[in-house]
Design a protein around this ligand. Sequence first.
Ligand SMILES: [Zn+2]
Length: 267
Amino acid sequence: MSSTSIAVGAHVEQTDPIAEAQARGMTHVQLFLGDPQGYQGPEVRYAGGADALRADAEAAGVGLYVHAPYIVNVATTNNRIRIPSRKLLQQHADAAAAIGARGLIVHGGHVNKADDPEKGFDNWRKAVEAVDLKLPLLIENTAGGDNAMARYLDRIGRVWDAISTTEQFDLVGFCLDTCHAHAGGNSLETVVDDVLAITGRIDLVHCNDSRDEFDSGADRHANLGAGKVDPGLLAAVVRDAGAPVVLETPGGAAEHTADAAWLRERL
Ligand SMILES: [Zn+2]
C-alpha cells in the first residue's frame, strides 16, 4: 500500500460532524453520540437526526466512526456496571448503524484488582455473543488500569482467544491507539506486528502523542510532535498499520489540520 493512501481524520464535536470534517479537509471523522460519561444512552444531535446525518454524510463523502462512552466496561465482574455497559453497547451499535458509521470503537475495559482476569475474558465473549453488532466493533487498547483487558499484549491475546469462538467474530476488529500503546508500556517499534500476530487486523489507528513517559499508565494525549513519543516511531506505526487514522489530539480544526499535516509529511 502506498503511504499516501492512508486517510487521516479526527475526533470532532458531534453537532455537525460533516462541517467539522470539511473545516479540516478530512474525509472521515469520529464522534460521540451523546454523553461519553453517561449511562443515558446515545443521542444524535445533528439537525434532522440519524437519517439526515447518514444521507448528508454519504452525499458529502464523509465517513463516520462512533466512539462508545468511556464508561462502557463489558469485562467487569460488577453486574451493576457490566449489565448497563452491555445495554449501552447495544444502543450505540444500533445508533452507529443508523447513521451509517463504519465502526464503533470501544475500550477494552478491566476487571477489579482482586478479580481473576479469566472472568473478564469470558465476559468479553458473552458481550460479543449478546450484542447484535450490525457494524464492526473495534476494541481499543488502553493506557492504564491495574487489571485491564487491552493494555498489555498477552491480555489482548486472551480476549481474542475468548471472542474467536463467537458467531460475530468477523465483525470484531482492533483500534490501535499510539498514546495508549506508549503509555501502556508496549514498544511502538514492534506493536503493529505484535497486534497483527494476535488479531490479524488493525482497522483504525488513533494517532496521538503522549504527555507521559513510556509505561506510565497515564492517558493524556498530546499534539503530534509535542509529546514524549518518538516522532519517527509515531509515523512508522501509522505507515505499518496501513489503516485509516483518527487524531484524538487537543484543540479544534486548526490544531487537527496541523497534526494531519505533520503526519502526512512523515508518511
Ligand atoms: Zn483513542
